[in-house]
Design a protein around this ligand. Structure first.
Ligand code: SAH
Ligand code: AVI
Length: 321
């Protein structure tokens, strides 16, 4: 028992998830160094339309987005939660720097590799930019940032990261975001919208096997970091999309009856044949739900920036209470 109190967060969450019925693992642990690399492969595949749509929004509407950021603001901090490789954000950063605006960029990501690479590439590509990167879980870092500086904030949460939260987590997250933001601060959140189920399914059940590798790498990470002995060949990937709820759910399915030993937990976990591990939720939204979320958490929707297909929206909100 004493040893379990000293477990790392990854170990404790793995113990909780693999002991549950049905089993689950938390998708924030996808992003070790290898997983962050696989996610870049996902973003590059044509089926993963989310990145192209958000890129198009930024490329075509960057000046309008920045004008909307700057309404009523002078100096500000640009905080980005789950910044990853920052590929899309750099479009905005370049334009902000070109307008000689006084601001600091604070990217926050759980992946040290993603953060280090982003800081390195920004120093090369936008040397005039002031950057203060933070590594850690954004729920925790947001608490640390809370109440600090008094400078106006613009907070970005892009790429439909919010889709990876359960309903409960969405409310917890927006509650924390609402505490972090003060009156007049701005928040821009990227939401993937409901669309043809076939298009959505292809983005998460791809022919290149990147999504499959992304999921299996979670098990490989448990082998590397917790001394588990998952045999990856004994699991297959399954994805489903429910157009009624907007939920994409991703699973790994055990192809055989098997025992998996996790050394650092001193536990063996039994998998029945065809038993599932729930790996990730990627929720799709509609504008009405987005507006209700903003209102329920003390924000006014300023503008929905959408792509030409209406597949994706970057929704800009102002804190009003
Ligand atoms: N915003 C980028 C990256 C999206 S990928 C884009 O739109 O392209 C999701 C990113 O969120 C990854 O870089 C991952 O490391 C990070 N992430 C996931 N869960 C996190 C958490 N709980 N705290 C901080 N970062 C997290
Ligand atoms: C980071 N996040 C928004 C991605 C998504 O679309 O849910 C993660 C992902 N999982 C599988 N493909 C992409």
């Amino acid at each position: 028992m004493e040893q379990k109190i000293l477990l790392s967060e990854l170990a404790a969450d793995t113990l909780r998830g693999l002991s549950a019925k049905p089993k689950f693992l938390l998708s924030k642990y996808f992003y070790d160094d290898i997983g962050s690399g696989i996610f870049q492969n996902i973003m590059q595949m044509p089926e993963y339309y989310l990145t192209d749509c958000e890129l198009e929004i930024f490329a075509h509407q960057k000046e309008q987005i920045i004008d909307a950021f700057l309404k009523d603001l002078l100096g500000f901090e640009l905080i980005e939660l789950g910044s990853g490789d920052g590929m899309k954000t750099k479009i905005l950063l370049n334009s902000l720097v070109n307008r000689a605006l006084s601001f600091k960029y604070i990217p926050i990501d759980i992946s040290r590799k993603a953060n280090n690479e982003l800081v390195g590439s920004l120093a090369r590509e936008i040397p005039l930019l002031k950057v203060n990167a933070q590594t850690g879980d954004f729920f925790r870092v947001m608490k640390q940032l809370n109440g600090f500086s008094g400078i106006r904030k613009v907070i970005l949460f892009l790429g439909s990261n919010i889709g990876n939260f359960s309903n409960e987590e969405v409310n917890l997250f927006l509650g924390q975001l609402s505490e972090l933001a003060h009156y007049g601060d701005k928040v821009m959140i990227g939401f993937d919208l409901k669309k043809s189920p076939q298009i959505i399914l292809k983005a998460y059940d791809d022919p290149h096997n990147h999504t499959r590798n992304f999921n299996l790498n979670h098990l490989a990470r448990l082998n590397r970091e917790l001394g588990a002995d998952f045999n990856l060949d004994n699991f297959e990937q399954h994805t489903e999309y429910n157009p009624q709820t907007g939920e994409v759910k991703s699973f790994l399915v055990s192809k055989k009856d098997q025992l998996v030993h996790v050394e650092s937990l001193e536990e063996r976990f039994h998998f029945k044949q065809w038993e599932t591990i729930f790996m990730e939720l990627s929720r799709k939204f509609d504008l009405e739900t987005i507006e209700t979320l903003a209102e329920n958490h003390g924000f006014r929707v300023e503008k929905h920036f959408t792509d030409s297909w209406n597949y994706f929206v970057d929704s800009l909100w102002t804190k009003i209470r």
